[in-house]
Structures are given as structure tokens and as C-alpha cells.
Design a protein around this ligand. Structure first.
Ligand SMILES: C[S@@+](CC[C@H](N)C(=O)[O-])C[C@H]1O[C@@H](n2cnc3c(N)ncnc32)[C@H](O)[C@@H]1O
Length: 155
């Protein structure tokens, strides 16, 4: 949908394409966040491939695949890159917090970050967003979807 909405823009796809990383699952347990069954979801989300994802894109030539562990995959992005819209749906506390730290300073003014699962009980998104926004003095805007997502606007 993002690729369809922004046909002129590059769409960066950051994902392992192999499911969660053990380090992130362990960190969630440490914070007592993984009431979701991370192991079961890992099985679900790893049933994909770069090829499958690109085959569903209306403009695959606009996609830039960053396969691997985030935030390691931000290496080499260049300091001048700017984002108009970012969707963070990484399910676990560590990659969501790292995503906010990486993307927020690189957003275009009034650009938006959509964070899935913010109010979804037992998922690290709530803690990551509260920690990041609390420290930065940002008030996230609630979205009325079933996962209580939020939008964060870059001022
Ligand atoms: C609910 S799926 C979302 C899939 C898709 N990337 C999207 O945003 O629509 C959660 C995804 O987060 C990815 N993920 C979680 N932690 C990650 C990390 N540290 N680095 C890269 N991908 C990660 C998993 O591989 C999984 O595909």
C-alpha cells in the first residue's frame, strides 16, 4: 500500500526476512514484554522471502531491500537520507526503539512514523514508544485501529 501510495519514492524494506532475532526476544523477556508467544510468531513471520514480498509490489523497481538485522542494516545509508513516511511493525521492544532512534531524526519536517501495536498488551511497542517520546517530549497521536497504533509527527 505504501509503494502504491508513493509511486515516485524509494521504499526501503528493513527486515531479516527470516523472523525475529534471538537477541531481541531475550531482551523482551528481560523486560517481561513477551506475553506474546514470540517463538510462535517467529515461525509465522519467517514464512516469507524477498522475492515473495517484491512480487506483491506495484512498483518493485522503487524498493530497496535491506535484508538483515536492524539497526545493523542502516549502515551505508548515508547521512543525508530523509524519510517522508515510516511504518514500524517489528513487534519487539528493541528493534522498535532502535527504529525510532534511527528514523525520527531523519524524517522530513511533518513526516510521519506509524508504529503498530502501541497499545497491544504484552508487546514491546508501548514501552519503546513511551520511552522514546517521553525523553524527546513528543506526544504520539493515537490511531483508532484494533492494535492501538500511533503516529509520531516530526516537528
Ligand atoms: C509483524 S511482521 C511485519 C513485517 C513487515 N516488515 C511489515 O512491516 O509489514 C514483524 C517483522 O519484524 C521483523 N523484525 C523484528 N525484529 C527485527 C530486527 N531486529 N531486524 C530486522 N527485522 C526484524 C521480523 O522479521 C518480522 O518480519
Amino acid at each position: 500500500m505504501i509503494n502504491e501510495a508513493f509511486p515516485e519514492s524509494a521504499l526501503y524494506l528493513f527486515d531479516t526476512f527470516e523472523g525475529f532475532d534471538g537477541r531481541d526476544i531475550a531482551a523482551d523477556r528481560q523486560y517481561d514484554l513477551s506475553k506474546i508467544n514470540a517463538a510462535a510468531i517467529k515461525e509465522l513471520v519467517k514464512d516469507t522471502s524477498v522475492q515473495t514480498v517484491l512480487s506483491r509490489m506495484p512498483f518493485p523497481e522503487k524498493c530497496v531491500v535491506k535484508k538483515g538485522y536492524f539497526p545493523d542494516t542502516t549502515e551505508g545509508m548515508g547521512e543525508n537520507v530523509r524519510f517522508a513516511f515510516v511504518s514500524i511493525d517489528a513487534d519487539l521492544y528493541t528493534p522498535i526503539l532502535e527504529g525510532l532512534k534511527y528514523f525520527y531524526p531523519r524524517m522530513a519536517r511533518m513526516g510521519m512514523i506509524f508504529v503498530h501495536d502501541y497499545g497491544f498488551s504484552g508487546v514491546g511497542a508501548g514501552r519503546a514508544v513511551d520511552e522514546f517520546c517521553g525523553a524527546a517530549g513528543i506526544i504520539p497521536i493515537p490511531v483508532a485501529d484494533e492494535f492501538h497504533s500511533v503516529m509520531i509527527v516530526r516537528h
